[in-house]
Write a protein that binds this ligand. Structure first.
Ligand SMILES: Cc1cc2nc3c(=O)[nH]c(=O)nc-3n(C[C@H](O)[C@H](O)[C@H](O)COP(=O)(O)OP(=O)(O)OC[C@H]3O[C@@H](n4cnc5c(N)ncnc54)[C@H](O)[C@@H]3O)c2cc1C
Length: 508
C-alpha cells in the first residue's frame, strides 16, 4: 500500500470512530444504509470531514440566507479537493441519495427544497486563487466567495466581474450568467470563463473548455451551469485595475410623489440600453420611516467608476428631483460593498432568518403607469398584511455594453438585451404565509410584465422563485431547450442535478 493510500485509509478509520458516535445522533443518517462515516470517510482526503446534525460545523454549513429554497440535508461532506467532490458524488450515486453542492448559501429557488435527506457537498475549503504569470487570467477554487475573489485580485492590482454581494459564492451567480458592476466593460461573470474543472453527474472530473471535446458543456455552464456539474475550479479572465481604482457613490431617498419623475429620468439614464459604461444604479422601493412614515419610499444608489467625486452631470438630475436624504462616499472599488451594505457584516450576509422569496422579471425600460400600479399594490399589501412589511422591490440598472457585445447564441444565458433586473422581494417569517407571499410577488410581477407590452416574460435564473416556466428562464428559442435537454441526457442522464431551475433530460 502506498503512503498516500495508507494515510487515506487511516484517516478513514479515524472518521469511522468519530462518526459512528455522531451517526447515532441522526435518525436521517439511517437512510444511507451503511456507516457513511467509514464507508465514504476512507475514500476522502485527510483535509475532508463529515458532519451530522447536532455538530456546530453542520449548523454552519447548512445555515441559509433564506428559508425559501432551503434543502433538507442529513449529512455534510466538507471537501478539501476535487477528488473528494468526485468520490462523494460517486458514493451518493451508489446509494441513490440526493446530493447538492453548497457554496455561499444564498441560493433561494424553491426547487432546492426538493433535496430530501441529502448530502451537502460543502465547498468552502476550495477557495484558492492563482494568478497566471502573464496576469491575464486567474484560477479560483470552486468554493470561493465573491469577496475573496475581489480582495485577492485587488492586492495584485487586478479585478474581474463578480456579483455585488461579498458573501455569495463566486460560482453560484456565475453559473447562471452572473451580473455585477464590471459587466458593462467585460460581460457577465460567465463570459469571462476560460476553462472549468467540473465533476459531472457520473463522478468524473472533466476539463471543460470552449474548444475541445467538452465545448458544448462549456456553452451550458455559461448560464445553465447549476444543472450540469460541480465546478471544482475555474480559470477566468482578469483585468488591470485602471488608475487608482476609485469609485464615487451617492445614495438618494425620495418620497413616493417623485416616483414618475425618477423612473422617467432612469429611462433617459438607461438610454435605450446604451447607459454610460461608467455609471450604474441599484434602487429599492421599501418602507423607510425616516424618509416617509406613512408610505413606502424609493432609494437609489448611483455609482460612478474612475472618479473621486461624482460628476455633476451624473448627480445633478438626481439631486434636482429633491431627495429627502443624500449620502455620498468615494474610495477604492473594494469599499463599494460597505457603502451599499453588501459587505460581510451586513444584513445581506446574515444567515438564519426567515423566508425571502424573489419574483423577478427583466425589463428594457420602465413603464411609468406600471411603476405606479406596482407601487400602489406594494403599499396596500404591506399595509394590510404587516407580516410582509419588510419586503421591497429591487431594481438594478448595471451598464450592459459588455453583456450585449456577446453573441446571444454563443452561451446558455439567453437574455442579453435586457438591461434592468427587477425583483419583488417578499420577506416574511412563517411558512403559513408562503401562499400569500407567492400571490403578492406574482401579482406585482404580472403588472411589470403587462407594462412591457411583450408576450415573453424574461427571468434571471439566479433570482427565480422557482415556479417560472422554463422558457422564461432559459429562453424562448426552441433550439435552446432541445440543446439543453440533449446535454442533460449526455452528461446527467439520471438527472442528479435537478435542484436549481431543473432542465428535463431528453427522452425521460
Ligand atoms: C444578497 C444577495 C445578493 C446577490 N447578488 C447577486 C449579484 O450581484 N449578481 C448575481 O448575478 N446574482 C446575485 N445574487 C443571486 C445569486 O446569484 C444566487 O443567489 C446564487 O445561487 C448564490 O450562490 P451561492 O453560492 O451563494 O448559493 P448556494 O446556495 O451555495 O448555491 C446556489 C446554487 O449554486 C450551486 N453552486 C454553488 N457553487 C457551485 C459550484 N462551484 N459548482 C456547481 N454548482 C454550484 C449550488 O449547488 C446551488 O444549486 C444575489 C443573491 C443574494 C441573496
Amino acid at each position: 500500500m502506498g503512503m498516500k493510500s495508507l494515510k487515506v485509509w487511516v484517516s478513514g478509520l479515524i472518521y469511522a470512530a468519530f462518526l459512528r458516535e455522531s451517526y447515532a445522533l441522526s435518525a436521517d443518517a439511517y437512510r444511507f444504509g451503511d456507516d457513511i462515516g467509514s464507508a465514504l470517510g476512507r475514500r476522502l482526503s485527510n483535509g475532508a470531514s463529515i458532519y451530522f446534525p447536532g455538530n456546530d460545523n453542520f449548523s454552519n454549513a447548512t445555515a441559509r440566507w433564506s428559508q425559501w429554497g432551503k434543502p433538507n440535508i442529513s449529512v455534510v461532506v466538507e471537501v478539501a479537493n476535487q477528488w473528494d467532490v468526485a468520490e462523494t458524488v460517486k458514493y451518493a450515486n451508489e446509494h441513490d441519495v440526493p446530493f447538492i453542492a453548497i457554496n455561499g448559501g444564498h441560493g433561494n429557488i424553491k426547487s432546492m427544497e426538493n433535496v430530501h435527506q441529502g448530502i451537502e457537498i460543502w465547498l468552502h475549503k476550495l477557495n484558492t486563487v492563482a494568478i497566471s504569470d502573464v496576469g491575464d487570467t486567474a484560477t479560483f477554487g470552486g468554493g470561493i466567495l465573491s469577496h475573496e475573489v475581489i480582495e485577492s485580485l485587488w492586492a495584485a492590482g487586478k479585478q474581474t466581474v463578480t456579483g455585488v454581494c461579498d458573501c455569495t459564492g463566486f460560482l453560484g451567480p456565475a453559473l447562471g450568467g452572473g451580473h455585477g458592476y464590471l459587466q458593462g466593460r467585460h460581460g457577465l461573470i460567465a463570459d469571462n470563463f476560460v476553462s472549468l474543472e467540473v465533476v459531472t453527474a457520473d463522478g468524473e472530473l472533466r476539463i471543460v473548455t470552449p474548444y475541445g471535446p467538452e465545448s458544448e458543456l462549456f456553452w451550458a455552464m455559461q448560464g445553465a451551469g447549476h444543472n450540469f456539474g460541480i465546478v471544482t475550479s475555474v480559470t477566468s479572465k482578469i483585468y488591470d485595475v485602471q488608475g487608482e481604482g476609485l469609485w464615487a457613490f451617492e445614495r438618494y431617498s425620495y418620497t413616493q410623489d417623485k416616483l414618475e419623475a425618477l423612473f422617467d429620468y432612469l429611462n433617459i439614464f438607461g438610454n435605450d440600453g446604451n447607459q454610460r459604461v461608467d455609471v450604474m444604479y441599484w434602487a429599492t422601493i421599501s418602507h423607510e420611516p425616516d424618509v416617509d412614515p406613512t408610505n413606502p419610499s424609493i432609494s437609489i444608489f448611483v455609482l460612478q467608476e474612475g472618479v473621486a467625486a461624482m460628476d455633476p452631470d451624473v448627480s445633478a438630475p438626481f439631486r434636482n428631483l429633491g431627495p429627502v436624504t443624500v449620502n455620498t462616499n468615494s474610495g477604492p472599488y473594494v469599499d463599494i460593498s460597505k457603502w451599499t451594505e453588501f459587505n460581510m457584516t451586513s444584513r445581506a450576509c446574515r444567515k438564519g432568518g426567515g423566508y425571502i422569496a424573489r419574483f423577478p422579471i427583466n425589463l428594457k425600460n420602465y413603464n411609468l403607469e406600471a411603476q405606479r400600479t406596482v407601487f400602489d399594490v406594494f403599499a396596500a399589501e404591506t399595509l394590510d398584511n404587516p407580516v410582509f412589511g419588510h419586503s421591497n422591490i429591487m431594481l438594478e440598472g448595471y451598464s450592459s455594453q459588455g453583456v450585449r457585445a456577446i453573441n446571444e447564441a454563443s452561451t446558455a444565458y439567453p437574455h442579453r438585451q435586457d438591461t434592468i433586473l427587477v425583483s419583488s422581494v417578499i420577506i416574511f417569517d412563517n411558512a403559513t404565509d408562503r401562499a400569500a407571499a407567492e400571490a403578492f410577488g406574482n401579482r406585482m410581477r404580472d403588472i411589470f410584465h403587462d407594462g412591457t407590452g411583450e408576450d415573453e416574460k424574461h427571468v434571471y435564473v439566479n433570482y427565480a422563485s422557482g415556479d417560472e416556466p422554463l422558457e422564461t428562464i432559459y429562453g424562448y428559442d426552441w433550439w435552446r431547450h432541445i440543446k439543453l435537454s440533449e446535454l442533460k441526457k449526455k452528461y446527467d442522464p439520471h438527472n442528479r442535478f435537478r435542484y436549481y431551475a431543473p432542465i428535463p433530460v431528453a427522452g425521460l
